[in-house]
Design a protein around this ligand. Structure first.
Ligand code: NDP
Ligand code: MG
Length: 398
């Protein structure tokens, strides 16, 4: 009888486990990654239970999301006035301000947190998610560039995974899961080349914001789109790959692949190269990350066909796109150079966005910031944030 009872309880537990939805926090819900994540959650209503959504300026969209998912908490980190105008201050379950965002993450009780916040502002939320006991699905590459060791150490302390969402890193992560890390020679990161792939150095001097925002294959937020045009995005991704997969600069190569179908590749010691191919659609890596460690079932999107598929590859031109070589230099130099690279680039991309410097001024400014001494180490959050602040101040002064 006792055995029968415990068997029933065992069956009940298994059933309950299957019925339990994965609790998901979505940071940066109003951005490009956030909207794609919402799509994935909508198509997996039996699988995912959203518990938190955050935004920084788009109160109207956050309100609409809250109306669609009334059980989830919301966090609005933008100005108090905007929050009051949206009526957030009068509602329960709403967290306001930057501290509110971190408190919301701590309280969310998420199984997995998707961090789609843009820029260095995403670092503390990444750490807060891990410290709350949540796995981290990471789109915010800046977290890894600025503080890869700290993020991974925090994850290891809580025995939690960091699952990359950036399409290239998601591809490498998946390939390594299937092929194993043993025998890995190098990672080959693909890059579309952006809108200026075929532009001459002369033409680049006159590139406008509109030109830079016209990405040929991906539809993304403004900052990452400008970074894709300057190849700073690939530079950040080289550093991100080094941190995520414990590789050095010599074992990470960048290959220009204008069609954005091959998301990245790994070359093994026996010479074989494995690649991951799919249509360029961020919902795919987001879905895979949210389902981890399960191998995600198909999202039911149109499958990649081969009838008219033409794939081409070329070498990146470091002379026209110095942001890529600066990233390699920063990675090799170590210390706070990657933090300075990210901070200077964020500052410069913003200055270009606001019409203060020309497109080629982005790499000029970053090169000047990186010519300063960033050799000190920064292992903990305060020193990482301090190095970030110093690099922004240096960029502003220059
Ligand atoms: P967006 O600019 O489209 O969205 C950014 C999101 O972060 C918005 O929800 C925004 O809120 C929020 N946010 C902005 N600043 C802050 C802040 N200071 N504090 C808290 N929240 C903030 O960016 P993307 O979605 O394009 O990119 C997000 C991250 O994902 C970046 O790190 C990017 O590099 C990475 N990534 C993006 C890809 C893409 O396809 N877009 C692909 C691979 C990586 P609000 O809108 O309310 O202002
Ligand atoms: Mg990418």
């Amino acid at each position: 009888m006792a055995n029968g009872g415990s068997y029933k309880k065992f069956l009940f537990d298994i059933l309950a486990l299957n019925m339990t939805k994965k609790r998901v926090a979505v940071l940066g819900a109003t951005g490009s990654i956030g909207k794609n994540t919402l799509d994935v959650i909508r198509s997996g209503k039996d699988t995912f239970e959203p518990v938190l959504f955050s935004a920084n300026s788009n109160a109207a969209l956050l309100n609409a999301i809250a109306a669609e998912f009334p059980r989830a908490k919301i966090a609005f980190s933008g100005p108090r006035k905007t929050a009051e105008a949206a009526g957030f201050d009068k509602r329960n379950g709403v967290y306001l301000g930057r501290d509110g965002l971190l408190a919301a993450i701590a309280d969310a009780g998420a199984d997995i947190t998707l961090n789609g916040i843009s820029g260095a502002a995403g670092l503390e939320p990444s750490l807060a998610a891990l410290n709350s006991g949540s796995a981290l699905a990471l789109a915010n590459k800046e977290s890894m560039v600025m503080a890869g060791a700290l993020v991974l150490k925090t994850a290891a302390r809580h025995s939690l995974p960091v699952i990359p969402v950036d399409s290239e890193h998601s591809a490498i992560f998946n390939l390594l899961r299937r092929q194993g890390r043993e025998g890995l020679k190098e990672a080959l990161l693909t890059a579309s080349g952006g809108p200026f792939r075929t532009w001459s150095k002369e033409q680049l001097k006159n590139a406008t914001l509109k030109d830079a925002l016209a990405h040929p294959t991906w539809k993304m937020g403004a900052k990452i789109t400008i970074d894709s045009a300057s190849l700073a995005n690939k530079g950040l991704e080289v550093i991100e790959a080094a941190r995520l997969f414990d590789l050095n600069a010599d074992n990470i190569k960048v290959v220009i692949h204008p069609q954005s179908i091959v998301h990245s590749m790994i070359r093994m010691n026996d010479g074989v190269v494995y690649a991951q191919l799919s249509r360029p659609d961020m919902r795919l890596p987001i879905h895979e990350a949210l389902r981890y460690p399960e191998i995600a079932p198909s999202l039911g999107k149109e499958e990649l066909g081969f009838e008219d598929l033409c794939l081409s590859f070329e070498k990146p031109d470091l002379d026209r796109f110095p942001m890529l070589s600066l990233a390699y230099e920063a990675l090799r130099a170590g210390g706070c150079y990657p933090i300075a690279y990210n901070a200077a680039n964020e500052y410069a991309a913003d200055a270009f966005f606001n019409g203060k410097i020309p497109f080629t001024g982005i790499s000029d400014l970053c090169a000047r910031v990186l010519s300063m001494d960033w050799s000190g180490e920064a292992d903990d959050l305060p020193s990482i944030l301090e190095a970030d602040r110093r690099a922004r101040a240096a960029a502003a002064e220059l």
